[in-house]
Every structure is written in structure tokens, then in C-alpha cells.
Write a protein that binds this ligand. Structure first.
Ligand code: AHG
Ligand code: MN
Ligand code: MN
Length: 330
């Protein structure tokens, strides 16, 4: 039986034409990105460019190539009023937008770039915000004040399979790219995060910089059945948010990129608009919780389009434990 296409799924989810046009355009861009990534070693594109982005990070060739490809494709969509990309300092205006266009796309064109040269899992993260304004020139404040009005969120993973995880407001669904048909076909229409798990994902090399609640939580995981949790844990860290968070959807567990007592990492590393906020929508729509020291991520009012925020994404069952630990350190 023919599996459902992304286009038909969008219709079934009641997505507006504006949102559907954007998601289908991004899916088209990511089919091209999947090919570029596959051929990158032969094309000499697994290295660093000579440029740095607004984050002060050295951009990889593929960061720039994928960014330019997505911007070019989205500029042709009349429902796109503007864009925010990890790789571009300012809000990108869309001169081809229609008069009443009020949807802004925030995206991380290539997430996990440190994994390009070692052929690790990388991906693309996107978020579609409905702005209150459809003025000619979209400002950073127009975008930031719309962050709680997320109409769609998702990520692509360029791994053994090219996957898409997406939500347009209620369920989270998973698609896989059909090489033959060159389009995304539905694999699972209603993903829900397992309640219990024994996996945690955090970069342990920063342990000395954590706050005491995170330190205590991880200490309990490491003590295993000898400690208060009375069960053993497994640690995973891919260094690519899409890979580490996808594991939460598949196995349950927790993903933590905390605030740290380390210069430049006081708010962690992950950016609110195009990493934390979209992942928070997906995790919550799949029955998990998304908190940030420990306020809900989706209630954050960011003040800068590249603002970093601490991130904890997890099965709901685990959140209570961490929230209690935050209560104790108040
Ligand atoms: P990006 O490649 O878009 O800059 O994102 C990298 C992020 C995220 O994907 C991952 O979870 C995190 O960086 C890993 O950080 P560390 O290298 O500090 O572990
Ligand atoms: Mn990223
Ligand atoms: Mn990136």
C-alpha cells in the first residue's frame, strides 16, 4: 500500500497553504542537501571555510552551502515574510513575499557541523513562526515576539536514512526519504516519547562547569542501582543535537545542554529560535517536557535572534526529579 506523502499529510493535519508551501519547499531543499552531504568527501567539502558566523564560530563549507541553498529556495515562497538563519547575522527579508505574508522561518541549515569530517550524523532544524506584523521590513523584535506562536517545527537527519520529524501543531510524525520517488513518505504518524528510559545525553567533559542541580542529577545516574535511582544508566553524546534528540524520540531518556559557569557558555550553547524552540515544540507534542533552568523553553522571551538558552529535553517521568533538584537549590 502506498505510504502517505508529506503533501497529503499536511492536508490531513489542516496546515494552512502558507505553512504547507514552506514545509514542502524546505523538504525540497533538504533532499538536495542530503545529496550534497553524501558527495561532500568527493567534492572536497568536508572542511572549514575561512569565514566565521555571528556566533564567532568558524563556518564549515557545508554550513555556507546549505544556508545559501535554503535561503534561495525560501525566497521563492510568497508566504515567507522573512527568515532567521544561524549563519546570517540579521533578519533576512523576502522581497518576493505576498502582501499579507506573516510567516517567518528560523533555521539551522546544518546542525552538528563538527561531525562533517568524521562522517557523523548531521541535520537541519527549522521553525515556522506566525508574526503579528506583516510590515514591509520585519525586525528582530517582530520575530522574537512571535516565538510563542510556532506553527510548525521539525528536523531532517542525514544518516543511513534521510528522516524528517515534523509537527504542525499537534502530533509529531516521522517521514523517510524514498530514494526511488525522491519524496518523503510517512513512517509513523504519531510519535510519542517512551515514559521510562535509562539513557542520558550530556557532554561530560564540561562537568566541572555545571550547576549543582544538573551535577546532582547526573551523579544519581552515574551511581546507577547503587544510588537513589536504583537503576543503571547508559550515556550517549553524538555532539549533534538532531542525533541526540532523535534518540530521545526513539528510546526516551534525557538530553541536556546546560548553562555553565564558563565564559561564553553562561546560557549554554544552543540557540533559542532555531534549535531549542523547535525541538521543544516537537518534544512537548510527543508527550515529553522541554525546560530551561527550569522554566519551560517555549515560555522564554528571547531578546536576541541568536540568543543561547540552557536546554533540557526529556521524558516527562524524568522531569519531576530534576525540577525537585532545582527546588532544593533555591
Ligand atoms: P551547530 O553545528 O549547528 O553549531 O550545532 C552544534 C550544537 C548541537 O548540534 C550539539 O548538540 C552541540 O553543538 C554539541 O556541542 P559540544 O560540541 O559542546 O558537545
Ligand atoms: Mn545546531
Ligand atoms: Mn548549524
Amino acid at each position: 500500500m502506498q505510504k502517505q506523502t508529506l503533501k497529503d499529510w499536511l492536508k490531513g493535519q489542516g496546515a494552512t497553504k502558507g505553512v504547507s508551501d514552506i514545509l514542502l519547499a524546505i523538504a525540497g531543499s533538504c533532499i538536495k542537501i542530503a545529496k550534497i552531504v553524501k558527495n561532500a568527501p568527493l567534492d572536497g567539502l568536508i572542511g572549514a571555510s575561512s569565514q566565521t558566523n555571528v556566533q564567532g564560530e568558524v563556518q564549515k563549507d557545508l554550513d555556507i552551502i546549505t544556508n545559501d541553498l535554503m535561503v534561495g529556495d525560501l525566497l521563492r515562497i510568497s508566504s515567507v515574510s522573512a527568515m532567521v538563519s544561524e549563519e546570517i547575522d540579521e533578519v533576512i527579508q523576502n522581497p518576493n513575499k505576498s502582501k499579507n505574508a506573516n510567516l517567518t522561518v528560523c533555521f539551522d541549515p546544518l546542525d552538528g557541523s563538527s561531525n562533517i569530517d568524521n562522517n557523523g550524523i548531521i541535520g537541519t532544524i527549522f521553525s515556522v513562526l506566525e508574526l503579528a506584523s506583516n510590515s514591509k521590513n520585519i525586525t528582530s523584535n517582530d520575530v522574537l515576539s512571535a516565538s510563542k506562536n510556532q506553527k510548525a517545527a521539525g528536523y531532517f537527519i542525514y544518516g543511513p536514512a534521510c528522516l524528517l520529524m515534523v509537527s504542525v501543531g499537534n502530533k509529531v510524525s516521522m517521514f523517510s526519504l524514498s530514494e526511488k520517488q525522491q519524496r518523503f513518505l510517512l513512517v509513523d504518524g504519531d510519535i510519542s516519547i517512551a515514559k521510562n528510559s535509562n539513557e542520558f545525553a550530556i557532554n561530560m567533559s564540561y562537568q566541572r562547569f555545571w550547576d549543582s542541580a544538573i551535577a546532582k542529577y547526573i551523579e544519581q545516574c552515574l551511581l546507577g542501582e547503587m544510588g537513589e535511582r536504583k537503576k543503571n544508566f547508559n550515556m550517549r553524546w553524538a555532539g549533534s543535537m538532531v542525533a541526540d534528540v532523535h534518540r530521545i524520540f526513539m528510546h526516551g531518556g534525557v538530553f541536556i545542554y546546560p548553562s555553565m559557569d564558563k565564559k561564553g557558555s553562561e546560557n549554554g550553547k544552543l540557540r533559542f529560535l532555531y534549535e531549542a524552540n523547535p525541538m521543544a515544540m516537537l518534544v512537548e507534542n510527543a508527550g515529553g517536557m522541554a525546560i530551561s533552568n527550569p522554566a519551560p523553553i517555549r515560555e522564554i522571551s528571547a531578546t536576541n535572534i541568536h540568543q543561547r538558552v540552557p536546554v533540557v529535553l526529556r521524558t516527562s517521568g524524568e522531569v519531576e526529579i530534576l525540577l525537585k533538584l532545582y527546588q532544593n537549590i533555591k
